[in-house]
Design a protein around this ligand. Sequence first.
Ligand code: C5P
Length: 396
Amino acid sequence: MGITGGIAAYKAVAVVRGFVLLGHEVQVVATEHALRFVGKPTLEAISRNIVHTDLYESVAEVRHVALGQNADLIVIAPATANSLAKLAAGLADDLLGNTVLASRAPVVVAPAMHTEMWDNPATVANMATISSRGVSVVGPASGQLTGSDSGLGRMAEPEDIVAFALRVHAASSAVSASSADLAGRKILITAGGTREPLDPVRFLGNRSSGKQGVALAVAAKSRGATVTLIAAHLEVPAPDGIAVINVGSAAEMLAAVESAQPHSDVLIMAAAVADFRPASVSESKIKKDSTGPSLTLELVANPDILVAAAQSARPGQVVIGFAAETADTEEALLTLGRAKMMRKGCDYLVLNRVGWSEGFATDGNTISVLDRAGHRVLDAEGSKLSVAHEILNLLS
Ligand code: C5P
């Protein structure tokens, strides 16, 4: 358990206690700044172990490496903006940085900071980097902050952090039990959101960040698959070690899928593809003074790439589609999903509910998966990475 220097460190005591009461062995690595907020004796009494802080203590035991190597799970709560930046850069200038770098265990961070710091582009970029490397994120929540202000940035509640971290650990143990179960499989994944040009500077697009598709690529690669990612305007970096084909519009994505599909065993269509595109694309920028007070756009339907891929799939090739819907209830979502399954003709359809604050551009996801017959074969909730592993379990 890493504790960094933010006021929410006082609540880290409850996180440590939550793990201990469930029977887990907790080694606390607190930064020097963390110990300005919470006392070492408190953490030692609650964790029932000595608290580690100094990189230069117990050097003979090579502690800076041993702690990380021995951990089954690393939870950093609170994770300050500074500690997330250090994590993104891979810095090892203190004991916690060394411990994280020296470990193969899954890492969970519980960010805590003021809203301005959370929204700062530097923090946003650092979060994207660490998420793309498979770090799981719990929170932050919205609510009262340290001062009189309130907003997004409050650390998730200790019991939620404990429950989330244990789910991440359970998912990763299931994966490591079968770590190369997708070796030899060629998996083609589409991710992101297509953009349909209107003129040289404008497009019609959607709010897909590409995080779920990238998480699928990270998970598939970690399980030994050969991964090709067809990427449309990703907001997160594509992982290293996979082939990436960048596309812009639905037409470009169709061409990329058509040429890559014959060489793959599995196709996962996680991208949000525009259903329509402008009937004509203006050669030059559309000028306000040439359109008058209103502008009517004529749209024409795009080809449905998933339907085409499902129709041309060779025997044994698995095609998985996604359906993001704004249904009000779970039942309504399943009804929409079953109708869509009939239209698409794929092997599995991953359903998730989206809205202004759900599904798109978030770090977590809640999904249900239908098979060809419309039977619900999987329900999963958690980080996009753990959801990705659950989806891939359908292939093993
Ligand atoms: O019909 P809808 O857009 O809800 O279907 C979503 C699924 O279909 C996703 O897997 C998406 O990648 C795929 N799709 C497609 N071509 C389109 C529209 C959606 O492949 N033109």
